[in-house]
Design a protein around this ligand. Structure first.
Ligand SMILES: [Zn+2]
Length: 194
């Protein structure tokens, strides 16, 4: 009987010590560390960046100055943000989506639809000339990467499972774009008139 209690007591003690050790070994990340790891899956590598000359050029140093760390990893290093927890997936406002690196207009809310992928999805860009395509062979598959035709920055990918009339799904990273709502455009035009 005593032996049994002794075994139980020592088991509980050992389990307790293990738990304390485990908790000490895995401290919660500080807000700064969490910010640095802000939900970007690094997929393609830098050498997928284009060789050709895009009209809008900046040095790597300049890009790092004007973009946040997260934007840089997506736009300039072809990273992918996590689905669902990004800014524009659920955005239903009317307006335009522009390149987060150079400001070129890319997509309209008119062509945005709920794809269920967790990323903002469009069935067409504002004009075909506004985006470029590149073959992306990362992650053991071949996908078509979409870049801004003005600055060559990575925006996302295009797939052929979208709705009609195009049948295309432009699957974009929210952090690669800025959204300008119709209301913002109207108010900035009003202020210009004044
Ligand atoms: Zn751009």
């Amino acid at each position: 009987m005593n032996m049994k209690y002794a075994i139980i007591a020592s088991t509980v003690t050992v389990a307790g010590l293990l738990l304390i050790t485990f908790l000490k070994a895995t401290p919660a990340p500080s807000p700064l560390e969490a910010e640095a790891e802000e939900h970007v899956i690094q997929t393609a590598v830098q050498d997928t960046m284009p060789e050709e000359e895009y009209p809008f050029q900046k040095s790597e140093t300049e890009w790092k100055e004007i973009l946040t760390d997260k934007e840089y990893r997506i736009l300039r290093e072809s990273g992918t943000e996590l689905p669902w927890v990004n800014e524009y997936n659920g955005n239903k406002k009317e307006g335009l989506y522009v390149c987060g690196a150079c400001g070129q207009k890319l997509y309209s809310s008119e062509h945005k639809y709920e794809s269920g992928s967790g990323w903002p999805s469009f069935w067409k860009p504002l004009a075909d000339s506004l985006v470029g395509e590149r073959e992306d062979n990362s992650l053991w598959m071949t996908r078509t990467e979409i870049v801004c035709s003005n600055c060559g920055s990575h925006l996302g990918h295009v797939f052929d499972d979208g709705p009609q009339p195009t049948g295309l799904r432009y699957c974009m990273n929210s952090a690669a774009m800025d959204f300008i709502g119709d209301d913002e455009m109207a108010s900035s035009e009003e202020s210009k008139d004044m």
